[in-house]
Design a protein around this ligand. Structure first.
Ligand SMILES: [Zn+2]
Length: 563
């Protein structure tokens, strides 16, 4: 149907795919040479599956109201993915029981052995069926949220398209836009809560099947979080409460003064002062792409080349429209050796950042293609997001391309740095909320809302006056698609953000060295542990209290310098 991705296998004939898997499983892996070539063939097969599945997923996200796209995607989820998972586990078993395993170069194979052993520990055949149901529920979430629109004057807008109005200098406009947004989400609350209820039951069952007390512990293993524990997340939440929350409150108080408002209401958080317009770094998608290309070119010509090629090959779908799923992501296409960027641009500063962010993922995918072992070309989110979040910051000294006006340029930079401070407490709330949900699987939808609000009060700024709009606080989590689609995937943003600020700090002092380190770290893929990858980037995998304190002091100073 589509053209931008390669379909090497016929997904309509799953039996043939199964035969290929079986044939490979029959092959001898008794010598190191045999085992290494067997691993390579396995990677090739898996790459073919990943490319086509990603392509189908993208097709569906780009047209979430298309029945054809949905059917193909659902076929993958119900037939191909279970097959893939079953065989991935059989391949792991075969690898771990190979006679040659212990003769492999330990330096090269240490990580892969560790990961496959971990995967084997938690794999249960019974869970595959549960995951098919889990995926169907996540799809259902997108069907409910992807089609949401609101009436704005004569226009019908998607929720992403409301963004500029939420930042408007006119307070009534902001309030109206944010009200429409929350009302649209709340109109789906009953359905979304029901989806969450079902997800929690399924997920708890998966954990029990794997012999673990709760889904949180299961996901820590599943995400291969070898270098930190749930307790570390709690400590990090406390450090953020201690050092980030007060800084966020200070900045919001300044913002309140700029807006000249008596009370700081939810719709003031993103508002711009009277006489100002929301930042508009570009007018057309073409302009966004071309200017980003120049920025990338100056960092490394290869970075720009990637964007150019992806654009030529139809691997960018950047603008917002009805029927397109919300959000933004970058998908790796291992057979094409390129990536696809999906996002919902509505001409805001956020959109410019999103493209540069997703380009960080594309660059990461590109740099690690030279990794000889297929598994090492897949990275955990803590390093994937380090690549993308750092790219946002590494581009900052070239933003004059997007902002000819000096005042706008300063505003944009300030917004970016403030955005980090705004985000950290929110990221932590989303993480802690999920810990709580799965530690207490018996809770009700009402408990869920109550808990979210409680966490907001505890970890987020208390400058905002929510009076009369507490319901918004309670239902804010319904908009976080990760909670539904990729549970527990959020703390990585917090960890990686702290890493990205460290990289940026180096970049401000020694730009060339920092960029060199960035590329070396990315090229490692997952062949090394996270602390080692961070070390290669010239930074520390460290989210201790003293590190948070140091980084907040740095950001505060950077913002003051812009004033
Ligand atoms: Zn990302």
């Amino acid at each position: 149907m589509s053209t931008f991705y390669v379909e090497k296998l016929d997904f309509k004939e799953p039996k043939k795919i199964e035969d290929m898997f079986d044939a490979l499983l029959q092959k001898s892996t008794d010598t190191v040479e045999e085992l290494e070539s067997w691993l390579k063939k396995q990677s090739e097969l898996f790459d073919a599956i990943e490319e086509a599945m990603s392509g189908h997923y993208i097709d569906f996200q780009c047209q979430s109201d298309s029945k054809d796209a949905k059917d193909i995607f659902e076929h993958d989820q119900s037939v191909i993915d279970p097959l893939y998972k079953k065989y991935a586990s059989l391949f792991d078993d075969a690898f771990l029981s190979s006679k040659a395993k212990d003769q492999l170069d330990p330096l090269l194979y240490e990580q892969i052995i560790k990961r496959k052993q971990n995967a084997k520990e938690i794999f249960r055949l019974d869970n595959i069926d549960l995951e098919v149901k889990e995926d169907a529920l996540a799809t259902n979430y997108f069907e409910h949220t992807g089609g949401l629109t609101v009436h704005w004057g004569d226009e019908e807008l998607t929720l992403s398209e409301l963004s500029p109005y939420i930042q408007d200098s006119d307070r009534d406009t902001r309030q109206k836009a944010l009200t429409l947004l929350y009302e649209a989400i709340q109109s789906k609350e009953t359905d979304l809560q029901q989806i969450m209820n079902e997800l929690i039951v399924l997920r708890q069952q998966k954990a029990q099947n794997a012999g673990l007390p709760n889904f949180r512990d299961y996901m820590f293993k599943k995400y291969e979080r070898f270098d930190y524990t749930p307790e570390d997340c709690n400590v990090l939440a406390e450090s953020i409460r201690k050092y980030v929350k007060p800084l966020k409150e200070k900045l919001q108080k300044q913002h309140k003064t700029e807006l000249e408002v008596d009370t700081y209401r939810p719709w003031d958080r993103q508002g711009v002062p009277q006489g100002q317009k929301p930042l508009q770094p570009f007018k057309t998608i073409e302009e966004l792409v071309n200017k980003s290309k120049v920025i990338l070119e100056n960092l490394d010509p290869r970075f720009a080349e990637l964007l150019t090629t992806m654009n030529e090959r139809g691997m960018l779908d950047l603008s917002s429209r009805k029927g397109k799923a919300p959000g933004g992501f970058c998908s790796n296409l291992p057979v094409s050796e390129l990536s696809f960027i999906f996002m919902n641009a509505s001409r805001t500063q956020d959109d410019m950042i999103t493209l540069l962010h997703e380009m960080g993922h594309c660059i990461h995918n590109d740099l690690m293609r030279k990794q000889p072992i297929g598994d090492y070309r897949e990275t955990p989110m803590e390093s994937a997001e380090l690549a993308s979040m750092s790219m946002e910051l590494l581009s900052m000294d070239q933003w004059s391309l997007f902002y000819e006006n000096e005042a706008d340029l300063i505003r944009a930079k300030k917004e970016q740095l403030k955005g980090i401070i705004d985000f950290l407490p929110v990221g932590m709330i989303i993480d802690q909320f999920q810990h709580w949900m799965y530690e207490n699987p018996e809770h009700t939808p009402a408990d869920r809302n109550k808990k979210y609000k409680e966490l907001m009060m505890e970890l987020d700024s208390n400058v905002v006056d929510w009076q009369g709009f507490e319901k918004w606080q309670q239902s804010a989590w319904l908009r976080v698609l990760h909670i539904f689609e990729v549970p527990f995937y959020y703390i990585e943003y917090v960890i990686a953000q702290l890493g990205a600020v460290q990289i940026y700090k180096h970049y401000r002092e020694h730009p060339e060295q920092a960029l060199k380190n960035y590329k070396s770290a990315l090229a490692l893929g997952s062949s090394k542990s996270l602390p080692e990858v961070y070390e290669a980037a010239g930074i520390r995998f460290d989210f201790s209290e003293s590190m948070i304190q140091e980084l907040m002091l740095f950001l505060e100073k950077e913002i003051e310098q812009l004033n």
